[in-house]
Unconditional design. Structure first.
Length: 856
RNA sequence: GCCCGAGUGGCGGAAUGGUAGACGCAGGGGAUUCAAAAUCCCCCGCUGGCAACAGCGUGUCGGUUCGAGUCCGACCUCGGGCACCA
């Protein structure tokens, strides 16, 4: 009786062997090239999910593959451990955020370990460790000194009932998620990192991120949002004192003669000034402020405006007055918070003009068949040539880009404003009115103002005894924690009670992994050896904020002496993986509300899906991202217990390309397990075969060719991040071995190479069959196999023959056949002769080595 | 609303502008078995045809090309992000 494939026995055995040999510990070694693989570290929610399994499996494939290629690999793991869920849990279930968080970390580590990842666990840390956030505070002070930090006013979502600041996700339809109260926008003084000073640099450097996905680079560029335009000031009429001018910014100064109104943000100083003696304006502004702060909320809300008594003079014609409106879609954060509206060439302005009966003045029309604007604004790409009917600079026919350039020059000549470059990117507000975050190490002194905490007093630790049973900032209402003395004058003072945005924590953890226990944020020698991250892997949902903040931090850390110059772009290569999805199973309750069911509770019968063997039928909805609320989740711990880690890893890599979503199916998991069992069986059979099991020389040679083709294919696919195709290559090789008549020794040779090729994906099984077939040492330490080019050569090629672009036949010719010889052979082909019917071909296209096309 | 991406058999997917459907799943047929499980072998885009073969076919509509899943234009549907979720 041959040994069965038992993952539950194999996997712990090899994990213990790796631990005993300390295979994955990373130490700097100047003699070897290094390779730093990093997956985005997890938030410790308490359970790992299939998305983690997929993410870390991909990283592990790269880490193990690079190690086999001779690199000194750094592959660390940590925890993004600050954030709101810990506070929410404490509020809902009692307990302390720290206990909840560290408990979750212990649970998740225990779930992660059985996956057999090649992680150097000695470098593990959590961002809520005082050792980590204390160093973060030290960097904050360095950044403060370097002028990278500023303090200014910012808008927050204010819940007037709970008297607390809400995150955008806590605002649902303009109401607080717990209190249900209408949320207000409120101004608070906050700390900011001056990321907008780096807008041009961050934009320029995107070009050098050659191994990042184009889509991420494009999203970042759009987010930074560089634009050129004209900034000028209208003279106002009827405005309160101090508002004699109204500054506006426009990217389309060429449409200045199409202006029909001016509009300002409800948060604009002029709008605020007008509130004082105009109750209608005060009411309108208040209504506008009863909206979340998110750009999405602003942009999707119904466009509304209110006229004011103020007008402005058109800069080209003192007799031409434009009304000033307050409009809810003008962002105070962008440009000057005021615009001029040109309805003919901006759809939003046009909708506004039609709604409130404002004039629509055409500035340009299509170069051919031009017509005045109706209900659709005419907004062609700026590269398109149009005919100006109301221009004031440049020729009548020009592109939008040329017209903007000409308009800026003309305006500057007339003394109307000046051309400016503007960015959409705003400074990074980091103040959070919450407990479970890194305290901002600043002291507020009545005499000295905001004073940095002394270095020797770091870390400024969070107090343990806090009351989270009521909403609001526990640090702010803590009886004693904020009481301190001024680091400058020694007088009584009060600590800053805001904590930092958790994005700060995740903006430099990759650097900390290079020296995780240091009593400085980083150690230059270690950072110099290990940086940059050679391959970063994570979800595309982080394409903008996390990655942009990290790029900023790398620059700030360089300025403050915590990273070497070469780490200015910390991630050499980025890969964004897709989500794990699953079908959704739903029944209806007596009020027809959906009731969701876990996949493990659904049984498949001949009459479809049911709850239990003969329970009620279940509706099956299309696959969607696994989520607790829809219960379309499978628990990795269960899957590993049932099939083993190798099966979970193999399935996560097969089927779908890594950048796309993958659907978890029970059938797919079964299939993955069956395949691994088959590989195990083939190895066991081969190991059990005697020396008498001789094959033919031809069969041995054919198997060698198939094996070396697989080496080449798998290597290429792993290098190209095409793991699903690498898996397909491995299926093909497995089939070749299974069907081969080669001698046992030749099959063993192939199976050992199969073990090596599978080792990055299914490391435990790979070790098992490697050992079974006499491999030396651990596969985890073996060198990657090299494909023999001589075995990849073929003598002949098959050329498909197309007739008028459709494949009709094919010929086989020696590899280096000359074109004219191929043409002659093609004309002899029966299908070609039939199609030609004696006539000569109109055209004969030969693409050497690829295809032939006969045009008749 | 704005920015970004994705749509190919029953399903997941493969295909430097060059044989559409590799590989896998599901399904069908067969071998083995007292029977089953497991395993092994064969078939498998749609329509017509005994077959040879022909026609159609990569979300929709149009274009470029000897040749388009791939390039260009317009649209439809789904997904990600939108600065306090992480």
């Amino acid at each position: 009786m041959m040994a069965q494939y038992r993952a539950s026995e194999i996997e712990p055995k090899w994990q213990a062997a790796w631990d005993a040999a300390d295979v994955f510990r990373a130490e700097p070694d100047p003699a070897r090239p290094k390779y730093y693989v990093l997956e985005m570290f997890p938030y410790p929610s308490g359970r790992i999910h299939m998305g983690h399994v997929r993410n870390y499996t991909m990283g592990d494939v790269i880490a193990r593959y690079k190690a086999a290629r001779g690199f000194n690999v750094l592959h660390p793991m940590g925890w993004d451990a600050f954030g709101m869920p810990a506070e929410n849990a404490a509020m809902e279930r009692g307990g302390h955020p720290a206990d909840w968080t560290y408990g979750n970390i212990a649970d998740m580590r225990a779930q992660l370990r059985p996956m057999g990842l090649s992680i150097d666990w000695s470098r593990e840390f959590a961002t809520c460790d005082p050792e980590y956030y204390g160093q973060q505070q030290a960097m904050f002070l360095d950044m403060l000194e370097a002028g990278l930090v500023t303090r200014k006013s910012a808008t927050v979502n204010w819940d007037p009932v709970d008297r607390t600041v809400l995150a955008n996700e806590q605002v649902i339809d303009g109401k607080g998620w717990r209190s249900g109260a209408e949320v207000e926008r409120r101004e608070l003084t906050q700390w900011f990192f001056r990321i907008s000073d780096f807008a041009e640099e961050l934009l320029d450097a995107i070009d050098r991120l050659e191994r990042w996905p184009d889509k991420v680079r494009l999203m970042q560029a759009n987010w930074i949002g560089k634009s050129r335009g004209l900034q000028f000031a209208f003279d106002t009429l009827g405005a309160p004192a101090g508002h004699e001018k109204l500054a506006v910014y426009t990217t389309r100064p060429d449409t200045l003669l199409g202006a029909s109104f001016a509009a300002i943000s409800p948060d604009h100083p002029l709008a605020r000034a007008l509130e004082a003696d105009d109750p209608a304006i005060a009411a309108f502004n208040a209504e506008c402020r009863r909206m979340g702060t998110s750009e999405e909320a602003l942009e999707t809300a119904e466009k509304k405006g209110l006229p004011t008594r103020v007008t402005v003079r058109h800069p080209f014609d003192p007799d031409w007055e434009l009304p000033v409106w307050i409009a809810n879609f003008i962002l105070m954060d962008y440009g000057t918070g005021a615009i001029f509206g040109c309805p003919a060439h901006d759809q939003r302005d046009l909708d506004f003009a039609r709604k409130y009966g404002l004039p629509v003045i055409d500035v340009f029309e299509a170069a051919e068949d031009g017509a005045p604007v109706g209900d659709i604004a005419f907004v062609p790409p700026k590269t398109e040539t149009v005919r100006y009917v109301n221009g004031f600079a440049g020729p009548d026919r020009q592109t939008g880009d040329d017209a903007v350039t000409a308009a800026i020059a003309e305006c500057e000549a007339r003394g109307v404003g000046s051309g400016v470059t503007n960015y959409r990117l705003r400074d990074w507000g980091i103040s959070r009115q919450r407990y479970w975050g890194c305290p901002i190490p600043v002291v507020h002194c009545p005499d000295c103002g905001a004073v940095p905490e002394k270095r020797e007093n770091l870390p400024v630790e969070l107090p343990r005894n806090v009351d989270l049973s009521v909403p609001g900032n526990p640090l702010d209402r803590h009886p004693t924690w904020a009481d301190t003395t001024c680091p400058r004058c020694g007088g009584p003072a009060r600590r800053e009670t805001d904590t930092m945005d958790t994005f700060v924590d995740s903006s430099w953890y990759f650097a900390r992994f290079t020296a995780p226990r240091a009593d400085t944020p980083t150690v230059m020698a270690d950072a110099d050896y290990w940086m940059n991250v050679d391959q970063y892997i994570g979800g595309v949902e982080h394409a903008i904020l996390h990655l942009l903040y990290s790029r900023f931090f790398a620059r700030a850390m360089q300025i403050t002496g915590h990273l070497p110059a070469k780490a200015i772009e910390p991630f050499d290569a980025l890969f964004t993986q897709g989500m794990v999805t699953h079908e959704i199973y739903v029944t209806r309750d007596d009020k027809d509300r959906p009731v969701y069911h876990l996949p493990e509770h659904v049984h498949w019968t001949e009459s479809g899906a049911r709850l239990g063997a003969d329970g009620p039928p279940v509706d099956v909805m299309p696959p969607a991202k696994m989520s607790k609320s829809k219960k379309n989740v499978v628990d990795p711990e269960r899957i590993i217990a049932e099939y083993g880690a190798d099966t979970a890893r193999w399935f996560m890599l097969s089927d779908s390309p890594p950048e796309r979503d993958v659907e978890w199916t029970a059938a797919g998991a079964d299939a993955a397990f069956r395949h691994l069992a088959r590989v195990h069986r083939l190895a066991a059979e081969c190991a059990g075969a005697g020396h008498g099991d001789a094959g033919t020389a031809a069969a041995d040679a054919a198997l060698d060719r198939a094996t070396h083709a697989a080496i080449a294919g798998v290597t290429r696919c792993i290098e190209g991040f095409a793991f699903n195709k690498a898996v397909a290559e491995l299926y093909t090789l497995t089939n070749a071995i299974a069907r081969s008549d080669a001698a046992a020794s030749a099959r063993a040779r192939s199976l050992r190479i199969l073990a090596q090729l599978m080792a990055p994906m299914t490391p435990h099984l790979a070790e098992e069959i490697w050992a079974m077939l006499g491999g030396q040492g651990l596969v985890a330490r073996a060198d990657w196999p090299q494909a023999d080019p001589a075995l990849l050569e073929t003598d002949t090629v098959t050329l498909p023959i197309q007739i008028n672009g459709k494949r009709r036949s094919q010929i086989e010719v020696p590899k280096d056949t000359a074109t004219d010889a191929i043409e002659a052979a093609v004309l002899q082909d029966a299908a070609v002769q039939r199609a030609l019917a004696g006539a000569a071909p109109r055209k004969l296209i030969v693409v050497p080595g690829r295809i032939v096309n006969v045009v008749v």
